[in-house]
Design a protein around this ligand. Structure first.
Ligand SMILES: Cc1cc2nc3c(=O)[nH]c(=O)nc-3n(C[C@H](O)[C@H](O)[C@H](O)COP(=O)(O)OP(=O)(O)OC[C@H]3O[C@@H](n4cnc5c(N)ncnc54)[C@H](O)[C@@H]3O)c2cc1C
Length: 416
């Protein structure tokens, strides 16, 4: 269930072991979320980072792909309920991911969209690019300033990458294209409630990332907590002092909670969930009371804390197939062990920070490694060619080829 990183890896691994696999997703495509911020800032088109799931498995005859939304579960009858009917299963793998959490302030979602789906990417792209168009046509200085103020909440990798890309857009890409405004006059804020940005990275790398962001004109506000939001404004609290920033462009990259289906499954099974609704699993990745139901990726709460990254989901996906095979062969199932290959965050052109195989990398070299890894991780060869070509073009020309402003969320989706 779910054609994201976890579901895809599980389907491939089960198929290799000769199982009959049905891969279900409510979308007909796999989305490479790590490059979504580039869609949101006009660097890539939606089709560049999406692969039709059916096409990924066209040569794997024992994988059947179904576009349907899972809506419930009958664990006694071993039936999955979907909007396309009921599906029987022997083994169920739940990999439905997470969605944004606004920490109980759901009304903020309208004001500050998050970045999780292709529609989010297009919505943010429309908002960002429209801001410059509106500012060019605006004669009121105050209003123009508000229109050209961008505020991103959440200093994890997604927030850092989005802030870096918006900064680059204002300082480099749009230079010289407007007559009434100078895009470099735009203000970009990155707001983080914790001690520092990139809390999962070593502090030295976070410091370098902050420096790179500042070079792109981004103001990093650590230890600033959002206390309220309204149309065109955001109120922050820092060491007991309240401050209001007038900004027409608010974006959210601060928290996640389990997908709706995670909660439905928990209810159906009477299973335990953690604080954000993720399903608690054993070391062998199944629900404790149901050895035939595995939960992997972002929606799983493993006994030890694991980062919400693609590698965890993929390694878990592969491990479920290993556990099922071990059981069939009468062997004790082995516990899941995460092999940390590292993590990276990119801050615009020529600058990335991260750790790869336990070594810190940054700057141009970090950026090169980041580019290489992301290209290699794209699911289909076709996507790799598309993205590599686009990046080369962007790199040589400083341009972004997908700067279209659509009329609605889906009007400019290319070909996913
Ligand atoms: C903007 C952004 C940037 C990121 N950058 C990085 C990065 O640089 N490096 C990194 O390692 N990780 C990154 N991540 C995290 C990474 O993308 C996730 O950890 C990973 O996608 C988790 O995989 P998953 O299979 O658990 O869930 P997902 O990949 O989210 O897949 C879930 C799938 O389930 C489907 N689904 C959900 N509910 C249903 C339902 N009811 N019925 C049918 N289908 C359903 C969805 O359509 C989706 O296809 C990023 C995430 C985001 C949002």
């Amino acid at each position: 269930m779910g054609g994201g990183f976890g579901g895809l890896a599980a389907a491939r691994a089960f198929a290799r072991h000769g199982a009959d696999v049905t891969l279900l997703d409510r979308r007909n495509f796999h989305l490479f979320q790590p490059l979504l911020y580039q869609v949101a800032t006009g660097g890539l088109s939606p089709g560049d980072i999406s692969s039709p799931i059916r096409s990924v498995f066209r040569r794997t005859k024992n994988v059947k792909v179904l576009m349907a939304e899972a809506t419930g579960l009958d664990p006694d009858q071993k039936l999955l309920r979907t909007d396309a009917g009921e599906l029987p299963y022997d083994t169920l793998v739940i990999a439905t991911g997470v969605r944004h959490s606004y920490f109980g302030r759901d009304e903020w979602e309208e004001l500050a969209p998050g970045l999780k789906t292709i529609e989010h990417g297009l919505q943010i792209r429309r908002k960002v690019l429209s801001a410059f168009e509106q500012a060019e046509a605006c004669s009121d200085e105050e209003e123009r300033r508000r229109t050209l103020t961008f505020l991103i909440v959440g200093g994890g990798p997604t927030g850092v990458e989005l802030a870096g890309a918006v900064g680059e857009l204002t300082r480099r890409t749009l230079r010289g294209e407007y007559r009434a405004i100078d895009p470099a006059q735009a203000s970009v804020y990155l707001v983080e409630a914790g001690e520092r940005i990139l809390p999962a990275f070593p502090s030295e790398l976070a410091r370098r990332a902050e420096h790179s962001l500042e070079r792109l004109g981004v103001t990093v506000l650590s230890q600033h907590r959002v206390t309220s939001m309204g149309e065109g404004r955001c109120t922050l609290e820092h060491e007991g002092v309240t401050r209001e920033i007038e900004a027409n462009n608010l974006f959210w990259a601060a928290g996640v909670e389990a997908s709706a289906l995670g909660r439905l499954v928990a209810e159906a099974l009477g299973a335990e969930t953690d604080r954000v609704g993720r399903l608690v699993v054993t070391h062998e990745l199944h629900v404790p009371s149901h050895p035939d139901i595995f939960v992997i990726g972002d929606v799983a709460a493993f006994p030890e804390p694991l980062p919400g990254v693609a590698q965890v989901a993929m390694q878990m996906g592969r491990h479920t197939a290993t556990v099922v095979r071990q059981r069939e062969q009468g062997q004790p199932p082995s516990p899941f062990r995460y092999r940390d290959l590292g993590s990276l965050a990119v801050i615009g052109r020529n600058a990335a920070v991260g750790q790869v195989f336990g070594r810190s990398v940054w700057g141009w070299f970090g950026w090169l490694i980041w580019s290489f890894i992301h290209l290699m991780q794209l699911v289909e060869f076709e996507n790799r060619i598309l993205v590599a070509t686009q990046w080369l073009f962007n790199y040589l020309t400083f341009k972004r080829g997908a700067r279209l402003i659509g009329n609605d969320d889906t009007s400019s989706i290319k070909d996913y």
